[in-house]
Design a binder for this molecule. Structure first.
Ligand code: SAM
Length: 288
């Protein structure tokens, strides 16, 4: 979560509205694709090893199209249907597809996956990245995915374990462990807002009738160098602050504000010790 998910909690609270939170989420998802490109390339590599030449692909909770765009590029004969509840996200995908000359291979469908299942099938590959934990009842959706998958077809699920980390334990400011204390507060908030986050996805997929093919814990380890990575860190920590600041000790809230104040000497972009690190899981399963 917060990486993109604290942002999503807030964006989804506005359902189909359009506001600054939505704009920030769009920017964060695009930066996630750019800054963590090695992670995405690792994921695509595993998926490519699992399924040969899918032509019908569905991207569930597609966001700004990180999966959609990577999938059409990875599988040159495929058409990808991107499904999301947010029209703003789908608009961004159409814009990207047009800019990349991929319009004919990308279709967008607006649907709330908690209430609708707009997939006809048979589908060769279904991709769900950081989206299943947003659903009210993922166990309702999983059998629908299975039913739409052709025999031998694959379901690839990318999910979050722990939130990404950006800061060193000792900032040389205030008490060591600021980020950990923020994440402890965040974990409590997320337990209530996103009860499926970090759940046993392989177990749930198997219970729905999928045959498990592989589980991968893929590492994220990026030293921010360019402006995109610094912007990603800044947005992430801004989101973290908006989610947890009122439950932090005053000295911690003050340090966080100074890190995020572009005019403060301690501002993030003046630091040379940011390090983006964490893991995400990829579960691959097939319909027998
Ligand atoms: C954290 S984003 C992930 C986006 C993208 N898959 C990625 O990996 O970058 C979660 C996405 O799921 C979408 N979403 C959440 N709940 C949904 C629902 N019930 N039906 C359809 N889409 C949903 C959100 O609009 C958002 O775009």
């Amino acid at each position: 979560l917060i990486s993109t998910d604290a942002a999503t909690v807030q964006a989804m609270a506005h359902t189909h509205g359009h506001d600054d939170d939505d704009d920030t989420l769009v920017e964060m998802l695009d930066l996630d694709a750019e800054v963590l490109h090695q992670f995405w390339s690792d994921v695509l590599g595993e998926v490519r090893r699992t399924i040969e030449e899918p032509t019908v692909i569905v991207d569930l909770g597609a966001g700004t199209g990180t999966g959609t765009v990577n999938l059409v590029r990875t599988f040159p004969r495929a058409t990808v249907t991107a499904i999301d509840a947010s029209e703003q996200m789908l608009h961004r995908i159409r814009h990207k597809a047009a800019a990349l000359g991929l319009t004919g291979r990308v279709r967008t469908v607006q649907a709330d996956l908690d209430t609708a299942w707009p997939v006809d099938g048979p589908v060769d590959l279904t991709w769900a990245s950081k989206s299943l934990h947003h659903l009210a009842d993922p166990d309702r959706l999983l059998p629908q995915v299975l039913a739409s998958t052709r025999p031998g077809g694959v379901f690839a699920v990318i999910e979050l374990t722990d939130p990404l980390r950006f800061l060193p334990d000792d900032l040389g400011l205030g008490r060591p462990g600021l980020e950990q204390r923020c994440l402890d507060v965040l974990r409590d908030e997320q337990a209530a807002a996103l009860p499926h986050l970090g759940s046993d996805w392989p177990g749930r997929m198997a219970a729905a009738g999928f045959t498990l093919l592989g589980q991968h814990e893929l590492a994220i380890d990026v030293t921010p160098q360019g402006p995109a990575a610094l912007r990603y860190a800044q947005l992430w920590l801004q989101r973290l602050r908006s989610g947890v600041a009122d439950r932090l000790a005053p000295d911690d809230a003050d340090i966080l504000s100074r890190l995020l104040d572009p005019s403060a000497p301690e501002t993030l972009t003046n630091r040379g010790d940011l390090h983006i690190r964490g893991t995400r899981t990829l579960t691959l399963a097939a319909r027998s």
